[in-house]
Design a protein around this ligand. Sequence first.
Ligand SMILES: Nc1ncnc2c1ncn2[C@@H]1O[C@H](COP(=O)(O)OP(=O)(O)OP(=O)(O)O)[C@@H](O)[C@H]1O
Length: 226
Amino acid sequence: MLSQNKGMTVPEIKADNISLKYGDANIFMGLSFSLFEGECLIITGPSGSGKSTLLRCLNRLIVPDEGSVYFRGGDISRPEATVIRRNIVLVGQTPSVFPGTVLDNLRLPFSFAANRDLESPDFGILAESCGLKRDILDRDAAKISGGEKQRVAVARALALRPSVLLLDEPTASLDGHSKLLMEDLISALNRERKITFIIVTHDADQAKRMGNRHMHLENGVLEEII
Ligand SMILES: Nc1ncnc2c1ncn2[C@@H]1O[C@H](COP(=O)(O)OP(=O)(O)OP(=O)(O)O)[C@@H](O)[C@H]1O
């Protein structure tokens, strides 16, 4: 069972001494950190340093060789994976969309999590807060731009009402303007809904703009910068 204790003394998510190898290669060794509700952690590091792998350990897509990950005090290896993946949602580097319209892409997670149909006001609020205007909802999801797919992926994740959002390079394929829009969206969600974010980025300026914590992963070691 997950702890219901949301007091500030219990971290929203905590990595405790986690290590992972691929074959003989140590990807990271003994990583630990705690993140409280509403914090925004930025993780930087060179290509291949293990940032995506770390995110995947945090929602149990990968089980670390050693150590544990805790969500609100509960070891995430215990509850069913679906419970964890509804609370700790990962939006990957290359957002994929399912065949069908943008609306089709949002219908299932929205009805699954909110138990409501797409006519409910909550859906309108969700779509609007992700910058998805009415005219895009009926378009073929395969034919929208990379930035728009990114927004659909974030909206799909938000429909699950997660507590923790893990974003792997959420603005990598966006132009300058779209990047700032996405940053604004993330900041608003962080501020207004107290969603806890862990964001991987290569963009040092973005790291300065966005996080209230910044860690750098290199040679298997995670160092807190601010
Ligand atoms: N399934 C796998 N099996 C074996 N090695 C893997 C696997 N997935 C990733 N790796 C290796 O683990 C290392 C870390 O990969 P990861 O994708 O986590 O790095 P990253 O820091 O996110 O890189 P980038 O910034 O380029 O996205 C890399 O050397 C990669 O080749």
